[in-house]
Design a binder for this molecule. Structure first.
Ligand code: SF4
Ligand code: SF4
Length: 150
C-alpha cells in the first residue's frame, strides 16, 4: 500500500479539523517501527512490543506543524486512525472506526479509503505478533462505546 495515497485520502477530512490527532492525544508504536524514529528521544521503551506515547500538546514528531516522519516511515497507527482492523487468528476479519474523530461517520462511508487502510494492515500482518496485537488494542481508548463497526 502506498502511504502517500492513504495520507492524501485522509487529508480532505484532516484539513477540516486542523490535524487534531497530532495534538494532545496518543500514538502507538510497534517495536519494529522504532528505527523510523531515529534522531528522536522517546519517553520509554516498548512493553510487550508496543510503546504508547501520550502527549498533552503537540506530538513529539511534529515539526513546523507537520509530521517530521517521512510518508514512507509514517507509523501504522497514524496512517490508520480512526479506522482499525478486527484481527482474529492472524487475519483481518472486519473494520472498526473510533468515534473520537469528528469525521468518523463520513470516513466510515468512504469505501476507497477504508479499503486502503484494510489492505495496509493485511500487508503488515506478518510483522505483528499476537501479543503485540493484544497489547495495541488494549486500554480505555478501545472502550466499546467509542467504537463503531464499519
Ligand atoms: S481527528 Fe480525524 S479528521 Fe482530525 S486529524 Fe485525526 S483522523 Fe484526521
Ligand atoms: S507521529 Fe506524526 S502523524 Fe503521528 S501523531 Fe505524531 S505528528 Fe501526527
Amino acid at each position: 500500500m502506498d502511504n502517500r495515497r492513504i495520507i492524501e485520502s485522509f487529508s480532505k477530512y484532516c484539513r477540516r479539523c486542523k490535524g487534531r490527532c497530532c495534538h494532545g492525544i496518543m500514538v502507538g508504536l510497534f517495536d519494529w517501527e522504532l528505527p523510523r524514529t531515529e534522531g528522536h528521544t522517546l519517553p520509554s521503551s516498548p512493553q510487550k512490543g508496543v510503546l504508547n506515547i501520550t502527549f498533552e500538546k503537540d506530538c513529539l514528531f511534529l515539526k513546523d506543524r507537520r509530521c517530521s516522519l517521512h510518508s514512507d516511515d509514517r507509523l501504522l497507527d497514524c496512517l490508520s486512525y480512526p479506522v482499525y482492523p478486527r484481527i482474529e487468528d492472524g487475519r483481518v476479519t472486519g473494520l472498526i472506526i473510533h468515534k473520537g474523530c469528528p469525521y468518523h461517520e463520513e470516513i466510515s462511508g468512504d469505501a476507497e479509503l477504508t479499503g486502503m487502510v484494510r489492505r495496509m494492515w493485511e500487508e503488515n500482518l506478518w510483522r505483528l505478533k499476537p501479543e503485540q496485537v493484544a497489547e495495541f488494542f488494549s486500554g480505555e481508548f478501545w472502550a466499546g462505546e467509542m467504537l463503531m463497526e464499519i
